[in-house]
Design a protein around this ligand. Structure first.
Ligand code: GRF
Length: 218
């Protein structure tokens, strides 16, 4: 399955996808990595692995819809079956959503529907929840509102601050995102108007949802 990854930041999730693909644990090929930021370390990660990269920066376009159209066209050139938002810090617009309807997924650092939008780990700490985690979901026109495909939980410890909690959440993101991409590639998750998951994934999910296991370093 050919995928395109969109990333704005450090690209640790991109790195986890690359590692899983190289280990034969993720049935996908990354055709292209696109960033909205020319300085995103995610681009360097991709280039180090020989993956084609592109920058589609909003500052190069007259308005948001022109940027969105250019993004959708650049991604479409790679002809992906799936678009993966891995730390992409912009809301994709209607042109991109329409071009890849139901085939864009995102990893979010909170257990949705709690704490959507920015700063999921900070919101979790402010709310004094005892369990947080990550969610992989299909992207729709809302902010982190699309159908949930998979989640992994981690404990929120009394001594946690935002960086320590985010780091713990990222460890499970790095396991869950490649697993979900693999499951989509193998047809264990069927995307569409109502995504469906094969029953075996629910059994697997039960172990991912254990805080003690999820809190371990990967
Ligand atoms: C991740 O925590 C992801 O959940 C959020 O942005 C962060 C990106 O991290 N959407 P990285 O760039 O993959 O290291």
């Amino acid at each position: 399955m050919k995928i395109v990854v969109l990333a704005s930041g450090g690209g640790s999730n991109l790195g986890a996808l690359i590692a899983a693909i190289d280990a034969g644990a993720c049935a996908a090929t990354i055709a292209l990595v696109v960033s909205d930021k020319p300085s995103a370390p995610a681009l360097a990660r991709a280039e180090a692995r020989g993956i084609t990269t592109a920058v589609v920066s909003p500052s190069s376009f007259v308005d948001r819809s022109a940027w969105d159209l250019a993004l959708s066209k650049r991604v479409a050139e790679a002809q992906p079956s799936l678009v993966v938002l891995a730390g992409f810090m912009r809301i994709v617009g209607p042109a991109t959503l329409a071009a890849f309807a139901g085939r864009i997924i995102n990893v979010h650092p909170a257990l949705l529907p709690s704490f959507p939008g920015k700063d999921g780990p900070a919101q979790a700490i402010a709310a004094r929840v005892r369990i947080s985690g990550c969610t992989v979901h299909v992207v729709d026109e809302g902010i982190d509102t699309g159908p949930i495909l998979a989640q992994a939980a981690v404990p929120v410890l009394p001594e946690d601050d935002v960086p320590s909690l985010h780091a713990r959440i990222q460890r499970v993101e790095h396991q869950l995102l490649p697993r979900v991409v693999d499951a989509i590639g193998k047809g264990q998750i069927l995307l569409g108007a109502r995504p469906t998951l094969s029953a075996s994934l629910f059994d697997e999910g039960a172990s991912l949802l254990s805080p003690s296991r999820a809190g371990q370093a990967s």
